[in-house]
Design a protein around this ligand. Structure first.
Ligand code: ADP
Length: 615
C-alpha cells in the first residue's frame, strides 16, 4: 500500500498511559485478554442480531455467527474472528484510539491512585480490547461494518505511540484481530492452553467458539433457558459438568427476574457435604456471570458465607463485566443481587422442607452446620434461617426431628417461652433432673446435642417473639402444681433454707424451695446472667488458667424424704446435717456439670460412709 492510503494516528495521552501499564502487566493477569476479546466478539454479534431484528439490511446476512480462533505456533500468532457488526473507519478511530469506555477510565483512575503498584489492577479491571497488548507486541484489526455501503479497514499498532489505518480490499463483515505474540507469551499460540482458557472463562458464551476449527464451548447456558423445557437429567448433567460436582444435586433453584435487577440464576444444593472430609472451608461455589461471560468463578462478596456449599451460576446483565474484586465489596448492585438470591434460596429450602420433610431431614443431617453458621453470622437472614433448623425434643421419638414452627404450634396455653436443654445425647438429657418439672407440666423441651447449638441459640435469643431459655436457668417461671405427698411446712422450709445458705456462704446465690422438683432432693440452677455450664467447659478447655467459681441458685424439694430428715437433723445433729448438706450441693453441681474439683467431695463421701456403716 502506498503511504497516501495509510493514515497515522497518535494515541490519546491516556491511552498511552494505559498501554504502558498493560504492556508491563503481571504474568498472572495476562490470560484474561482472551476473555475480553471473546466477549467483545460476542457483543458485536449480539448487536448484529439486534440490528437484523429491527429489519435493517445488513452486509453479508448469511455470515456464520460464530467466533473463530486460530493459532499459528510457528508464526506465533493468534487470530480471533467474528461476523458481528464490525467497525467503520470512524468507529476504529473512536473505539480503538480514544478512551471511551468506562471500565478503562476506572482502571486508569485506580492505577493513578495506586501508583506504586498499578500492575495488579489489570486482572481486576480488565482493560477490554487493549488487553491484546498484554500478550502481543503488534496487533492488527481488520474490520468491515454491517452497513451495506462501506468497506473494510485495517488498524495496526505496536501498542506504543500510535496506530495506522488503511483501507482493506475485500473483507467479510465483522472483525478479525491478529495478535503477534512475543517470545514470552508464545504459549498463547498453543491450542491446549487456549482451550483451557476458553473453557474456564467463556464456556457459556452464546455463540459457538471454534478453536482451529473445533467447537470448544459445548455447554448450553441452561440458566437462560425456560424451565419447562429442561429435564431433570439435563439439570443433573449441567450440575455435574458445569459445577464440577461428582454427586447428585439434592435441590435446585432456577429463577429469572427482570426487576429490580436482571437476574438469571440456577443454583444447586449438593447431596454430599464438601467439608465433611475435613478439608476445611470450601470456596464459594456459585459463579458470577454477566451475559454468559464469567466474571468470577467464586465470588466471596456475592452470597453470605454460609452458602458456600451451594453450587451454580448467577448471571446478571446489570453487573459490568470488568467489575473488580475490590469494588465488588462495596458495590450496591452486588449486594442487592446477593440479597435477592439468598432470600430465594432460603425460601426454596423452606418450601422443600415442607413438601418433603423426610428428604429434608436427610439433607439437614449433612448440612446442618451451614444453617447454624448462617443463624450466627447472617443477621439479615437470621429469622428465615431459624425456620430451617431441626432438632429432637421431649415430644419427638428418638431420631425424629422437628423445627421451631412445630414447637411453637404445640406450645401450651399460657406458655410464653421456648425451653431447651443441652447435653451430649438423648439419654443423658432425659435423665437430667432439670427435665422433671417441665415433663410434669407437659412443657416441651428441645434437646440440643450438637456442641454448636448453644452458640446458635445464644445468637438467636428468641424465635417468633418468644424467648428461648435453658431449663437450667434460674429465671424460668413455672406455675404452681399440686404437689403430691407431705411437705415441710412453710416455716420449716424457710428455716432450712436459711440454715443451708449460711452453711454454703458464697458458693450459692440463694437457696429456696422450688417448684421444679419431683424426684430429686435439690437442683442447682444457673443465674440468668451467668455463663452456662457448657460455655464454662469450653472456656476451661481453651484456657487452662480459666478460673471462675460457679455461682448457682439452689432449689430444695420440701417433699423429699431426705430434705425432711435434713430439716430435723439441723437441730438434732448439726454435724451430720452439715455433711449431708454439702454433699447435696456437690451432687447438684455434678448434675449441672459445674463441679470442677471433686477432692473434697470424695473425702466427705468417705466420712459419710464411715458414719453410715458405724465405723
Ligand atoms: P468495551 O468492550 O468494554 O466497550 P473495549 O476497549 O473492549 O471496551 O472496546 C471498545 C469498543 O470497541 C467496544 O465498545 C466496541 O464498540 C468496539 N469493539 C471492540 N471489539 C469489537 C468487535 N470484535 N467488533 C465490533 N466492535 C468491537
Amino acid at each position: 500500500m502506498s503511504d497516501q492510503t495509510t493514515e497515522k494516528h497518535t494515541f490519546q495521552a491516556e491511552i498511552q498511559q494505559l498501554l504502558d501499564l498493560v504492556v508491563h502487566s503481571l504474568y498472572t493477569d495476562k490470560e484474561i485478554f482472551l476473555r475480553e476479546l471473546i466477549s467483545n466478539s460476542s457483543d458485536a454479534m449480539e448487536k448484529l442480531r439486534h440490528i437484523e431484528a429491527t429489519e435493517k439490511d445488513v452486509y453479508q446476512p448469511d455470515a456464520a455467527m460464530e467466533i473463530s480462533i486460530t493459532t499459528d505456533a510457528e508464526a506465533k500468532t493468534l487470530t480471533i474472528t467474528d461476523h458481528g457488526i464490525g467497525m467503520t473507519h470512524d468507529d476504529l478511530v473512536e473505539n480503538l484510539g480514544t478512551i471511551a469506555h468506562s471500565g478503562t477510565k476506572a482502571f486508569l483512575k485506580a492505577a493513578k491512585e495506586k501508583s506504586e503498584n498499578p500492575e495488579g489492577l489489570i486482572g481486576q479491571f480488565g482493560v477490554g480490547f487493549y488487553s491484546a497488548f498484554m500478550v502481543g507486541d503488534k496487533v492488527t484489526v481488520t474490520s468491515r461494518s454491517w452497513h451495506p455501503a462501506g468497506q473494510g479497514y485495517v488498524w495496526t499498532s505496536d501498542g506504543k505511540t500510535g496506530y495506522e489505518i488503511e483501507a482493506a480490499g475485500d473483507v467479510d463483515r465483522g472483525t478479525k484481530i491478529v495478535i503477534h505474540l512475543t517470545e514470552e507469551t508464545k504459549e498463547y499460540a498453543e491450542e491446549a492452553r487456549l482451550k483451557g482458557l476458553i473453557e474456564r472463562y467463556s464456556n457459556f458464551v452464546g455463540f459457538p467458539i471454534l478453536l482451529n476449527g473445533n467447537r470448544v464451548n459445548e455447554v448450553e447456558a441452561l440458566w437462560l433457558k425456560n424451565k419447562s423445557g429442561i429435564t431433570d437429567d439435563e439439570y443433573k448433567s449441567f450440575y455435574q459438568f458445569a459445577c464440577k460436582a461428582f454427586d447428585e444435586p439434592s435441590y435446585r433453584l432456577h429463577f429469572s427476574a427482570d426487576a429490580p435487577l436482571a437476574i438469571n440464576s440456577l443454583v444447586f444444593a449438593p447431596s454430599e457435604n464438601p467439608e465433611a472430609m475435613g478439608f476445611g472451608k470450601t470456596e464459594p461455589g456459585v459463579a458470577l456471570y454477566s451475559r454468559k461471560v464469567l466474571i468470577d468463578p467464586s465470588p466471596k462478596e456475592l452470597l453470605p458465607e454460609w452458602m458456600r456449599f451451594m453450587k451454580g451460576v448467577i448471571d446478571s446483565a446489570d453487573i459490568p463485566l470488568n467489575i473488580s474484586r475490590e469494588s465488588m465489596q462495596d458495590s450496591a448492585l452486588i449486594q442487592k443481587l446477593g440479597k435477592v438470591i439468598s432470600k430465594r434460596v432460603i425460601k426454596m429450602f423452606e418450601k422443600e422442607a415442607e413438601g418433603d420433610p423426610e428428604k429434608y431431614r436427610g439433607f439437614y443431617k449433612k448440612f446442618d452446620r451451614y444453617f447454624k453458621e448462617g443463624v450466627v453470622t447472617d443477621f439479615p437472614n437470621r429469622e428465615a434461617l431459624a425456620k430451617l433448623l431441626r432438632f429432637e425434643t421431649s415430644m419427638t421419638e428418638p431420631g425424629e426431628v422437628c423445627g421451631y414452627a412445630d414447637y411453637v404450634s404445640r406450645m401450651k396455653d399460657g406458655q410464653e417461652e421456648i425451653y431447651f436443654l443441652v447435653g451430649p445425647g438423648r439419654e443423658q438429657i432425659e435423665s437430667s433432673p432439670y427435665l422433671e418439672a417441665f415433663k410434669a407440666r407437659g412443657l416441651e423441651v428441645i434437646y440440643f446435642m450438637d456442641a454448636a447449638d448453644e452458640y446458635v441459640v445464644d445468637s438467636m435469643r428468641e424465635y417468633d417473639g418468644k424467648k428461648i431459655r435453658s431449663v437450667t436457668q434460674g429465671g424460668v417461671e413455672l406455675d404452681d402444681q399440686e404437689a403430691e405427698g407431705d411437705s415441710l411446712s412453710e416455716e420449716e422450709t424457710k428455716a432450712l433454707c436459711e440454715f443451708l445458705k449460711e452453711e454454703f456462704g458464697e458458693r450459692v446465690v440463694s437457696v429456696s424451695s422450688g417448684k421444679r422438683l419431683v424426684e430429686n432432693p435439690v437442683i442447682a440452677l444457673v443465674p440468668e446472667d451467668a455463663m452456662t455450664p457448657q460455655m464454662r467447659q469450653m472456656m476451661k478447655q481453651m484456657d487452662e488458667n480459666f478460673k471462675d467459681e460457679p455461682k448457682v441458685e439452689l432449689e430444695i424439694n420440701p417433699r423429699h424424704a431426705l430434705i425432711k430428715k435434713l430439716a430435723e437433723a439441723k437441730d438434732s445433729n448439726p454435724e451430720m446435717a452439715k455433711l449431708v448438706s454439702n454433699q447435696l450441693l456437690d451432687n447438684a453441681l455434678i448434675s449441672a456439670g459445674l463441679l470442677d474439683d471433686a477432692r473434697d467431695t470424695i473425702a466427705r463421701m468417705n466420712q459419710l460412709m464411715e458414719k453410715a456403716i458405724g465405723a
